[in-house]
Design a protein around this ligand. Structure first.
Ligand code: 5AD
Ligand code: SF4
Length: 437
């Protein structure tokens, strides 16, 4: 039996793609191993969103320049699509390069590899396909990812995704519903719907459901207790999504709505297709919902031409929204993207300074926000146990980590169950508490 090792970088889409790739390989008789040393086939599912992410795969590959004899190395995902055959020049020991839009061809490409083929590629981006397989090997026993839409039709000036994942392709609502029903039947209670821009989901079948309809229907599937989705683009995020969350508690009270910058001028140069005011209108919909919706975002600092005054707009937006959490990044110039041609590149040192300021401000906001829920009782899905602290690890519907003790334990594992937990302490990134059962 042939053995393979896979390491995944990047977003949840990539994590889920790897689950599908693993299933495809296992069905072909491959056995997954824990280290690259043991494997005959070594795969890296890569990310190229920022330069640092891209460099990771080349640093991994360089470790095996000499010791990789006899192994086949494969580069999958976004770096594969972006760099294509140039990867064979940079790393001559690589035998397979395949982007995510070509994963449907993986079985065929594997046959070529098995027959001694080298420099095997799957780089077609011009595809109507989405990569679906019933063979998916899900890693998390409680929460399952479901891809509903692949690719992206937006053209944010900084972003590689349109070039690495291709144009938008939605799955039919029937196939998404069927997958969600099957997952519920085998015991999953939480599903997370994935897409680069879930809001532009459009059912290609005659029923033509939009995203809010799909969301509402999935939340009605018996057995599902939590439904989340990511990522939303503010331009396409409609009030009907907030209404759907208000209407059904199965839809988690959590929305990730990347803003990128608080300055309308910068948003214009980023080609984000909304102003600060338009973004804030969406925040207002969520803040005036009946349920208390946790909001998170992505921030880029140091986009070309970002002045100190623009940056201060981002800081004031953080104060105004009071996000529950943020992901913040220094702008990283990416190949092929329009932002490369913009004047006013911000020096690295200045980007670093701005990033630190953003992160310190947000840390204080999170301590403040998390402190407000101390004393409340929250339902958690129990996702793990920490032996060092003797605490269970739970996750609230708002996607906060809540570590808790459970005193009347009868030795039974709580994993995968839902429990009410009283919050007793708050930190910037997590809560602590005790179960009230
Ligand atoms: N530089 C820095 N951050 C980026 N992101 C996307 N492209 C870049 C880039 N070139 C960030 C955005 C996006 C998140 C997934 O990554 O904030 O929402
Ligand atoms: Fe990275 Fe974007 Fe590709 Fe996800 S889609 S792996 S974040 S480059």
């Amino acid at each position: 039996m042939k053995s393979f090792y896979i390491e995944t970088f990047g977003c949840q889409m990539n994590v889920h793609d790897s689950e599908k790739v693993i299933g495809t390989l296992v069905a072909r008789g491959y056995r997954q191993v824990e280290t690259p040393e043991e494997a005959e086939l070594v795969l890296y599912n890569t990310c190229s969103i920022r330069d640092k992410a891209e460099q990771k795969v080349f640093s991994r590959l360089s470790q095996f320049k000499r010791s990789g004899n006899g192994k086949v190395f494969g580069v999958l995902g976004c770096v594969a699509q972006q760099e294509g055959e140039r990867i064979f020049e940079k790393a001559p020991h690589v035998g397979l390069v395949c982007g995510s839009a070509s994963y449907n061809r993986l079985p065929e490409l594997l046959v070529q590899i098995e027959n001694g083929g080298r420099k095997v590629t799957g780089l077609d981006l011009d595809t109507d396909d989405t990569f679906e397989t019933p063979l998916t090997r899900r890693d998390n026993p409680h929460r399952a990812f479901i891809t509903i839409i692949e690719g992206c039709d937006k053209s944010c000036a900084y972003c590689v995704v349109p070039y690495t994942r291709g144009p938008e392709r939605s799955r039919t609502s029937a196939s998404v519903m069927e997958e969600a029903r099957q997952l519920a039947l085998v015991g999953y209670t939480e599903v997370q719907l994935l897409g680069q821009n879930v809001n532009s989901y459009r059912d290609p079948s005659p029923s033509a459901w939009d995203f809010a309809t799909l969301l509402a229907r999935i939340a009605e599937i018996p057995g599902l207790h939590r439904v989340r989705f990511t990522t939303s683009h503010p331009r396409d995020f409609g009030k009907e999504i907030v209404d759907a969350i208000d209407a059904n508690p199965v839809l988690c009270d959590q929305v990730h709505l990347p803003v990128q910058s608080g300055s309308t001028q910068v948003l214009g140069r980023m080609q984000r297709l909304y102003t600060r005011d338009e973004y804030m209108r969406r925040i207002e919909w969520m803040k005036s919902a009946r349920r208390s919706i946790a909001i998170s975002t992505d921030i880029i600092v140091g986009f070309p031409g970002e002045t100190e005054a623009d940056f201060e707009q981002t800081l004031s937006l953080l104060d105004e929204v009071e996000y529950d959490s943020i992901f913040s990044f220094k702008y990283s110039p990416r190949p092929n993207t329009p932002a490369l041609r913009l004047v006013g590149q911000v020096p690295e040192e200045e980007k670093g300074r701005r990033l630190t300021i953003v992160q310190e401000k947000q840390r204080a906001i999170q301590i403040r926000r998390n402190t407000r829920v101390v004393g409340s009782v929250q339902e958690v899905l129990v996702e793990g146990y920490n032996r060092a602290t003797c605490q269970w690890i739970g996750r609230t519907s708002q996607n906060r980590v809540l570590n808790f003790t459970h005193s009347n334990g009868d030795g039974k594992s709580l994993l995968g169950g839902y429990l009410p937990v009283r919050v007793t302490r708050a930190g910037p990134n997590s809560l602590a508490g005790e179960s009230v059962l």
